[in-house]
Design a protein around this ligand. Structure first.
Ligand code: PHE
Length: 335
């Protein structure tokens, strides 16, 4: 029986020593020290042994157990350390490896200036209004004091939708959004209307059939041309720099009276920036606004043109064709 214990101890020692990882160590312990191991079996039969053998066999068993338990603990510590080192090694990051340069997408310069303008006017207490690109001809023209036989109707080369009886157009300016605002809100009104607009122009260096505008509209008590001038001056300085001044030049729009072109003095010369004027009382009345009590101003400029002036872009196609090499200069990745 002593020989059997020795044999079991040698086998168990081998198994525990040879176990190369925590999993096989666990299995070795179960088969050599567990309930069904030789050592456990002998322990169970201890009671039925001849009394003279009980003490020496019990002692031999105890010693074998102690030695094997100690060995198990030692192997457990070694293999745990080994496992931890393997994990550290396999999760190691080599910070000196060259990185893969995946170009990031970015925000288009038109979107950037659109957001910049919205920020400027929100800072002045305005709200941003948006309207549909496919617009009722009545809102795009008639309500803006441009009747059916008015030359301005063909002046702005309009995309009409078939069937023509649908009376739908691709909006030629964002002014119909101003009408929508006045029809649904009571003064005081302080809004800007940014958005995409359409005119049947050929695409060349200075024209594009799809472009973007931002228009402003104010309707309140006691609004005068001086408010318009002050607002445009502030707007121009925010967009083009503090040294920039603006001037108004008499002009004509059916929806404003008087009307003006707004120029800015930028890089040593006067540059036409947009149109503006006092909202024509006819337009206010169409929208149910009391012209005895309220007056208003409006202005509108092209976003592509604003970008071209500010960044000396010679060809509008660079802006609308979405070439990433152009956009990147404006801070691809957003700001
Ligand atoms: N709607 C005009 C255009 O597209 C611009 C404009 C807006 C002029 C507001 C005056 C007042 O040409």
């Amino acid at each position: 029986m002593k020989a059997e214990i020795d044999g079991a101890q040698i086998e168990a020692t081998q198994a525990l020593t040879l176990a190369g990882d925590l999993e096989s160590l666990k299995l070795a312990r179960i088969s050599h020290l567990g309930d069904r191991s030789t050592i456990a079996r002998i322990s169970q039969s201890l009671g039925s042994l001849d009394p003279s053998l009980k003490a020496p066999i019990g002692k031999a068993l105890g010693e074998a157990r102690n030695q094997l338990n100690e060995l198990f603990e030692k192997r457990l510590a070694e293999l745990t350390l080994k496992r931890d080192q393997e994990v550290i090694e396999s999760e190691r990051v080599d910070v000196t490896l060259p990185l893969r340069r995946t170009p990031k997408g970015g925000i288009h310069p038109l979107t950037l200036i659109d957001q910049e303008i919205a920020d400027i006017f929100i800072g002045l207490g305005y709200r941003v209004m948006e309207g549909p690109e496919l617009e009722a001809a009545w809102l795009n023209f008639d309500a803006l004091n441009i009747p059916a036989d008015h030359p301005a109707r063909t002046m702005q080369d309009t995309f009409f939708l078939e069937p023509l009886e649908s009376n739908l157009v691709l909006r030629t300016h964002t002014s119909p959004t101003q009408i929508r605002t006045m029809l649904t809100q009571e003064p005081p009104i302080y809004v800007i209307c940014p958005g995409r607009t359409f005119r049947s122009d050929e695409l060349d260096a200075t024209h594009t059939p799809v472009f973007s505008q931002v228009e402003g509209l104010v309707v309140d008590q006691g609004i005068s041309m001086a408010d318009l001038k002050g607002t445009l001056d502030y707007f121009a300085k925010k967009i083009f720099g503090d040294e920039v001044v603006s001037r108004l030049r008499p002009s004509y729009f059916p929806f404003t009276e008087p009307s003006a072109e707004v120029d800015i003095f930028f890089n040593g010369r006067w540059i036409e920036w947009g149109g503006c004027g006092m909202v024509n009382p006819n337009v206010l009345e169409t929208c149910g606004i009391d012209t005895e009590k309220y007056s208003g101003f409006a202005f509108g400029m092209g976003l592509e043109r604003t970008l071209m002036v500010r960044h000396q872009v010679a060809d509008i196609r660079a802006i609308v064709e979405g070439d990433v090499r152009f956009s990147r200069k404006f801070g691809m990745g957003g700001r």
